[in-house]
Each structure stands twice: as structure tokens, then as C-alpha cells.
Write a protein that binds this ligand. Structure first.
Ligand code: SAM
Length: 281
């Protein structure tokens, strides 16, 4: 008997017109749709005239449901996995089912489409050839700060998911730990009516939020420039060498000013490098 297939189907992140033709065809032809929130998905499916039976599959029942779903696929039934929005598995449920299906020899087939992180990067103006996707930072402040501390040296653009409820606390920590001078992008409510993509320095974005000039409600992708990425690698390396050689010879501010003039890297950035260096020593 032929086994079924597990289709990983992306759905829109806001604008329903972003559903793909293949997604609609797949959702119609499969035997079951495993959905994160069946009530939520039912609305989307009704708008697409898809009548396929839904099964709930969320973080809390995923492990216990895996075996039964894999058995269905082994019997030849096809299943589509969807989440509430965007691409399943990416900060969404489905990982355990996918692994279990793979281990059982089931074919996994992606039906690609929207994902908030890719949409944000594509419109950001920050380097996007290489990026570091962190997903959600921890909700608790201490754990969030620890997680950010682990990212300070990453040179790729950093990408986070965040909800409006924590946006200011999260920006404050990004400012304090990654540095206020970095460029960042706020990508809010992408593909929806109040879509906003804003690129500015971290300190300036934080100021605007603290002053109530920017909207906190909605869904956010936060992108933050990687460590020391605003200037050429050669300039940064030269600054680093000078700092290592001259580290203790002058007061920090004077040293940062002198090196900044010599190697075309902003004083603030040299100062931050010096502080990093002193901390490491
Ligand atoms: N799997 C989804 C994907 O591929 O984008 C992400 C699911 S995750 C549970 C939901 C988070 O994605 C939101 O809290 C927000 O950070 C981000 N997000 C989803 N839709 C968005 C949108 N339209 N604009 C900005 N961020 C969005």
C-alpha cells in the first residue's frame, strides 16, 4: 500500500490574497488538515471553499497526536499541516509531527508561501543574504536579557518575533544589551491595513516608543543590524587592532575619538568596542 504524504502548507500572515494556488489545491485534495487552531483555520478555509476535515494540532497536544496521525499517513491518507498564519514549524507547532512522519518514511512536501520573517527582511533595507532568526525572545525579563547577551557578537542581521504587549520592554533590552547605535527595522502588521516598515537607530526607535509616537498594538518582526556591520570589515578590524594596542593608554572617551578619526568608524561604535574589550579582559 502507498503511504500518504505530509504537506507543510503556508497560509497568509494578514492579507488573505497571499494564499497560493498550490496551497488551495493541496488543502482541497488532502484527507485531513492538521491545524493549530481549528476555529481560526475554519474561517480561512471557508473563504477558500475548502471543506476538508480539520484535526487540532497545537503545542499542548502535538506529541500525543503524532502516532495516530502518522498511522493515518501510513495507511495512505494525506495530511496538510497549517498554523494560524504563515509557514508552519517556523515559531509554530508541527516539528514533532514532521519528525515522526519523516522517521516513519512518510514523504514531507512543503507548499511555500508567506512567512513574517522573510517578508520583513525583504522590505527592511538591512543586509539579508545572511541572517540569524531567533524567533520569540523569552517573556521574562531576566531570561530575555540573557538570551540577548548571547547574541551580541553575531554579525548577521538579527530577526525576532514579538507581540505588541512587550515591544517597549524588548526594545529597552535590545538598546541596553545590543547597543543603541545599531540600525534596526520595525516591521509591524505586514500585509495588513496598518502595515509599517520603519528603519532607524535603536535609540531613536526606543525614544519614539517611549514618547508614544509609535503604535504598540499588533504583530511585530524586529530586525537588528548585526555586530559592527555598518562599516567595512577592514575599518572595524583596524579599529579593533588599535584598541587592543592602545587600550589603556588614554581615557576611554579620548581613545574612542582618536581611533574614530583614524579609521572612519563612528566614535560611539569604537567606544562600544572598547567597553566590550575591557569587559572581556
Ligand atoms: N509561522 C509564522 C511565520 O511563518 O511567520 C510565525 C508564527 S509566530 C506564532 C507569530 C509571530 O509572527 C507574531 O507574534 C509576530 O511576531 C510575527 N508575525 C506574524 N504575522 C505578522 C505580520 N503580519 N506582521 C508582522 N509580524 C507578524
Amino acid at each position: 500500500m502507498e503511504t500518504g504524504c505530509l504537506y507543510v502548507v503556508a497560509t497568509p500572515i494578514g492579507n488573505l490574497a497571499d494564499i497560493t494556488q498550490r496551497a488551495i489545491e493541496t488543502l482541497r485534495k488532502v484527507d485531513f488538515i492538521a491545524a493549530e487552531d481549528t476555529r481560526h483555520s475554519r474561517k480561512l478555509l471557508a473563504s477558500l471553499a475548502v471543506n476538508t476535515q480539520l484535526i487540532s494540532l497545537h503545542d499542548h497536544n502535538e506529541r500525543s497526536r503524532c502516532a495516530a496521525l502518522v498511522e493515518k499517513m501510513q495507511q495512505g491518507l494525506h495530511i496538510a499541516l497549517v498554523s494560524d498564519a504563515g509557514t508552519p514549524i517556523i515559531s509554530d507547532p508541527g516539528y514533532h509531527l514532521l519528525r515522526a512522519a519523516q522517521d516513519a518514511g512518510i514523504v514531507i512536501s512543503p507548499i511555500p508561501g508567506a512567512s513574517a520573517v522573510v517578508a520583513a527582511l525583504s522590505a527592511s533595507g538591512l543586509p539579508a543574504n545572511r541572517f540569524y532568526f531567533h524567533g520569540f525572545l523569552p517573556v521574562k525579563a531576566a531570561a530575555r536579557r540573557t538570551a540577548l547577551e548571547g547574541l551580541t557578537d553575531i554579525q548577521e542581521t538579527l530577526a525576532f518575533y514579538e507581540s505588541g504587549r512587550r515591544i517597549i520592554a524588548c526594545l529597552q533590552d535590545i538598546h541596553d544589551i545590543l547597543g543603541g547605535d545599531r540600525e534596526m527595522v520595525i516591521a509591524r502588521e505586514l500585509t495588513k491595513v496598518h502595515e509599517t516598515v520603519l528603519r532607524d537607530r535603536v535609540f531613536s526607535v526606543l525614544d519614539s516608543y517611549l514618547a508614544g509616537r509609535l503604535q504598540q498594538r499588533g504583530e511585530f518582526v524586529l530586525l537588528v543590524a548585526g555586530a559592527y556591520k555598518n562599516h567595512s570589515d577592514t575599518d572595524i578590524r583596524q579599529a579593533q587592532i588599535l584598541l587592543e594596542e592602545l587600550g589603556d593608554s588614554l581615557p576611554a572617551g579620548q581613545l574612542a575619538s582618536a581611533i574614530s578619526k583614524a579609521v572612519n568608524v563612528p566614535r560611539k561604535q569604537v567606544y562600544r568596542m572598547l567597553m566590550d574589550l575591557r569587559e572581556r579582559e
